[in-house]
Design a protein around this ligand. Structure first.
Ligand SMILES: CC(C)(COP(=O)(O)OP(=O)(O)OC[C@H]1O[C@@H](n2cnc3c(N)ncnc32)[C@H](O)[C@@H]1OP(=O)(O)O)[C@@H](O)C(=O)NCCC(=O)NCCS
Ligand SMILES: CC(=O)OP(=O)(O)O
Length: 323
């Protein structure tokens, strides 16, 4: 079954509410209208109602089934500002909170934190830092996770599907952080029907190069094995050794993962972000994400280069993460 058919079946009838802080963007409005028409997700657009109605009319969207709220004038503002101050525990004054929750990304994140929305999708207009900072500060990590990272489902056709991480958050993770990203990515992969075989990527395969950057990946591989001994995970592997069976036989003949990997862990964000965009733009892969993993509640950060279809699909994934 197609991934989105399967996810749509999972969320059907649950009435999950997804908030979109960038309510005046035509890609967001278009996706929200489609989701409302499907009836499986209740979309909530944030922004000035007149402005949203104007953009919708210009693009020919019927927004009658979509709820709109304006963070600048919302009746819930005072209650939210109070909850924000409590959550930030001395890191925000009431005056700061008063202004901050008028920001759509903070308002949307607070709705998720306060249980008024099941998930949030933003980032079509805002940078990743501005999109995810509220989630890092307010929603925070799950009790059993220590780091938040960003994964992409990379899909080509109906059946070819991989997970890449971290492509969005941790700029230069140390070995411990990289190991935790790998373990968390395996967990995310299962959500999307991928039986994880995790490759810890490097420019070296099994000692073929020597450098501190390689040592970090070797160390991360050891830590990840200790964290989850039962997980099929190996490193350090170059991408060809991880992915191509004939190359794996030459470069890493004893590996149970080389040549068969489907979860690819990049050593840092330079490699991860560049890597996914190359697969997307040269390789014809659909890049769905970044899906934030390790958070207490689902918040997703779109790439600013996204289209309406990307928004629609990431909303379905975000709703599925809320189950
Ligand atoms: C995500 C990012 C914005 C966070 O950095 P920041 O805004 O400087 O955040 P801070 O260090 O001030 O931390 C803010 C809060 O988030 C928490 N935090 C930061 N990174 C975290 C992580 N990876 N996991 C869990 N919590 C994290 C901090 O502990 C802090 O919590 P506190 O305020 O309650 O003490 C930053 O790592 C970043 O810019 N990453 C790259 C994003 C990017 O451009 N990606 C490419 C495009 S997708
Ligand atoms: C994930 C990502 O690279 O986001 P953006 O393109 O918005 O920087």
């Amino acid at each position: 079954m197609d991934l989105f058919e399967s996810l749509s079946n999972k969320i059907a009838g649950k009435g999950l509410r997804i908030v979109f802080p960038e309510g005046t963007d035509p890609r967001i409005i278009g996706a929200a209208v489609r989701l409302a028409a499907d009836g499986e997700i209740k979309p909530l657009l944030l922004g000035d109602a007149t402005e949203i109605a104007k953009v919708a009319a210009e693009k020919g969207f019927d927004i009658t089934k979509v709820t709109v709220r304006d963070p600048k004038t919302d009746a819930f503002h005072d209650e939210m500002a109070k909850a924000f101050v409590e959550r930030r525990k001395g890191k925000a004054t009431p005056e700061q909170a008063d202004e901050m929750v008028k920001d759509p990304n903070y308002f949307g994140t607070m709705l998720v934190y306060m249980g008024k929305a099941d998930g949030m999708v933003s980032g079509a207009v805002h940078s990743t830092a501005d999109t995810v900072r509220p989630a890092l500060q307010i929603v925070k990590t799950r009790p059993d996770a220590t780091r938040i990272s960003g994964a992409f489902i990379m899909q080509r056709g109906r059946d070819e599907r991989y997970l890449f991480a971290d492509n969005a958050i941790n700029i230069d993770p140390n070995a411990q952080e990289l190991a935790e990203i790998a373990v968390e990515s395996a967990r995310t992969a299962k959500l999307f029907d991928i039986d994880p075989k995790v490759a810890m990527l490097s420019f070296s395969t099994k000692g073929s190069a020597k450098a501190p950057q390689v040592d970090k990946v070797v160390e991360a591989t050891k830590i990840a094995h200790d964290l989850k001994p039962e997980l099929a995970l190996d490193g350090e592997l170059q991408f060809d050794a991880a992915f191509v069976p004939t190359v794996a036989k030459l470069k890493a003949p004893d590996s149970q993962v080389a040549g068969q990997a489907n979860v690819f862990i990049f050593p840092d964000l330079q490699a991860g972000n560049i890597g996914y965009k190359i697969a997307q733009r040269f390789g014809g892969f659909e890049a769905i994400g970044p899906i934030l993993q390790g958070l207490n509640a689902p918040v997703a950060d779109l790439s600013r280069g996204c289209n309406e279809e990307d928004v629609y699909k990431l909303a379905i994934i975000t709703a599925a993460q809320a189950l």
